[in-house]
Ligand binder design. Structure first.
Ligand code: ATP
Ligand code: MG
Length: 567
């Protein structure tokens, strides 16, 4: 490709709204243009990168026995109503009506469609396992589309669905996908970590997320320095903390004026914070939920949602809390509230003689004891893990990191097959539900994640495997016919042997061309200057290291291949 013909409109400044480096560089280097909030047009350079990522994904899916299909983006409401997710998906789902007023959505994911498809065609255990996948646009009306391609409202996803006879089959399919994902992200040049994950709205139980490590990541993970424990902090399990046994005293309501925080209450009562319990008030589809943890701990809302068996959970307003018979800032555990679900952290159940709110303004109880003074609706691990906690597996030291979720794998079990009656006949002619898994990769998010990990002040640094082009050939002096001729020859030769090359044939100053080459991020730049012809050797600059190597005439094709293989 000749740069003069390439639709790669590079610009000096990215718009101020571009907060993260991938968003800035994709705009500056002429890879994408914004069409609407969270909706982008991919220009030729981006499209080449995306197709390469897709190709890697295809090869690894096919290697595990995956078969590629293409399902519709427009999906009828009925199948979502059948699975019970039409309501659950809420505002994140783009909904539309046809001319007959029938409801449809733009697919945010495809469990319903694929299960309905397979249900019509798969009858016997002999047809299993079955692994079906597609790569296409997904639509989610994200509450906060941002960071360019990292969180779009239209984005490219690979989604694979596995159908097995039983749990053992699901475990095998899950393992295959887990391994394929590890290979895919490694081939894309990402530094990543698989972590234990919550299953969220997709459902089922048993899930891992693949996190590309980056400070701009919206997800937080913890991992152990001694064992292989690694989890999203939303999911990271915690063991109950034992507390010292002591004689229980009688509960007593005490005045705690002007003490707005748990710290202030404890200071006022001269009690250590570890002997206090605090609460967070939520509203949910199950009504008001009060979640209690030790005063120096934090509540993990995802765990509360799962424990309460709720579908939605958000902060309750002051009026909602008062209507439930409690008081914001003074929420307590003793009886007297109306229609509330009490979810109590398992470590609280080991505490003795603690302080908690009295459900009225300005008062707390002291000497509260589990069992005797209150009975929770649910007792579970609902706490947010902290870096100071010991590893829940081995007691080792934990480290926190930020990550971009580039993929997630789920064991769905029979969640969808039971709802949608997708069954098969086993060897004995007995009808059984299909055992399913689902596995997603954010292809467009992967492209952005690579840039988050691999760039410098000058621009993007593409790993060779997914670079839009491998080599830029840059003649230093466009007015010099000899240089231009040599540059042409090099370009023609490289292109002919399948090395993807751009010839910067513009009548620009060398500095401008060098800057663009660095911005776009080709792994290699061949500089054609006055000495190139005289010395009969090629000057090759490696984008990642800045190193310049020289290859003598006759050997430079091999040299370029060798360099690319290492990038
Ligand atoms: P997130 O927690 O980041 O919103 P998710 O858990 O909702 O993502 P999944 O349903 O697991 O996403 O989708 C599979 C993959 O699709 C994700 O791992 C991610 O790489 C990608 N993805 C999800 N939402 C978006 C988005 N809004 N923009 C770009 N990629 C996305
Ligand atoms: Mg996910």
């Amino acid at each position: 490709m000749r740069f003069s013909q390439l639709y790669a409109p590079t610009v000096r400044e990215a718009p101020a709204e571009a907060e993260v480096v991938s968003h800035q560089l994709l705009l500056k280097a002429g890879f994408v243009r914004k069409t609407a909030g969270g909706i982008y047009t991919y220009l030729p350079l981006a499209w080449r990168v995306l197709r390469k990522i897709e190709q890697i994904v295809r090869e690894e899916m096919d290697a595990k026995g995956g078969q590629e299909i293409a399902m519709p983006i427009v999906q009828p409401a009925e199948i979502w109503q059948e699975s019970g997710r039409w309501e659950v998906y809420g505002d994140e789902m783009f909904r539309l009506r046809d001319r007959h007023s029938r409801s449809f959505c733009l697919g945010p994911t495809h469990e319903e469609i694929v299960t309905t498809l397979v249900k019509g065609d798969v009858r016997s255990y002999r047809q299993l396992p079955l692994l079906l996948y597609q790569i296409q646009n997904k639509y989610r009306d994200e509450i906060r589309p941002r960071f360019g391609l990292l969180r779009g409202r239209e984005f490219i996803m690979k989604d694979l669905y596995s159908f097995d006879r039983d749990q053992a089959g699901l475990e095998a399919s899950y393992r295959k996908m887990y391994d394929a994902y590890s290979r895919i992200f490694a081939r894309c040049g990402l530094k990543f970590r698989p972590v234990e994950a919550d299953s969220g709205a997709i459902g089922g139980s048993g899930s891992h997320e693949f996190m590309a490590l980056a400070n701009s990541g919206e997800a937080e993970i913890v991992y152990c320095e001694s064992c292989d424990f690694a989890a999203n902090i939303e999911k990271a399990e915690l063991n109950p903390i034992a507390a010292r046994e002591e004689e229980t005293c009688a509960p007593e309501k005490v005045s705690t004026p002007n003490a707005a925080t748990i710290k202030a209450v404890c200071a006022y009562l001269a009690v250590p914070v570890e002997k206090s319990v605090k609460a967070v008030g939520y509203k949910s589809d199950k009504g008001v939920v009060l979640a209690f943890v030790r005063g120096d701990h934090e509540v993990n809302a995802v765990k509360v949602l799962n424990t309460a068996g709720a579908l939605t959970l958000s902060m309750a307003g002051e009026d909602e809390l008062r209507a439930a018979g409690t008081e914001p800032g003074y929420m307590g555990l003793l009886p007297g509230k109306k229609n509330v679900t009490l979810v109590v952290d398992h470590s609280v159940m080991n505490m003795r003689n603690f302080v908690c709110g009295a459900d009225v303004l300005g008062y707390h109880y002291v000497n509260v004891n589990p069992g005797r003074d209150f009975t929770p609706d649910f007792t579970a691990d609902i706490r947010m893990i902290q870096e100071t906690d010991p590893c829940p597996r081995c007691g080792g030291r934990l480290t926190k990191a930020k990550g971009i979720e580039v993929g997630q794998v789920f064991k769905l079990h029979t969640k969808y097959s039971e709802k949608l009656a997708a069954n098969y006949l086993d060897e004995n002619g007995k009808e059984r539900p299909l055992v399913m898994g689902c596995y997603g990769i954010g292809v467009s998010r992967v492209m952005a994640a690579v840039i988050e990990q691999s760039s410098d002040d000058a621009g993007i640094i593409w790993p060779a495997a997914i670079a839009p082009y491998h080599v830029a050939v840059v003649p230093v002096n466009a007015k010099n016919a000899e240089q231009m001729k040599i540059a042409e020859e090099i370009y023609e030769t490289l292109t002919a042997v399948g090395i993807e090359t751009v010839l910067d044939d513009r009548a620009e100053r060398a500095g401008v061309k060098f800057n663009d080459a660095d911005l776009i991020g080709y792994p290699l730049r061949v500089t054609v200057g006055a000495k190139t012809a005289a010395n009969r050797e090629l000057e090759i600059k490696i984008r990642a290291s800045g190193e310049v190597v020289f290859a003598p005439d006759g050997s430079w094709q091999e040299k370029i291949r060798e360099l690319l293989a290492a990038l």
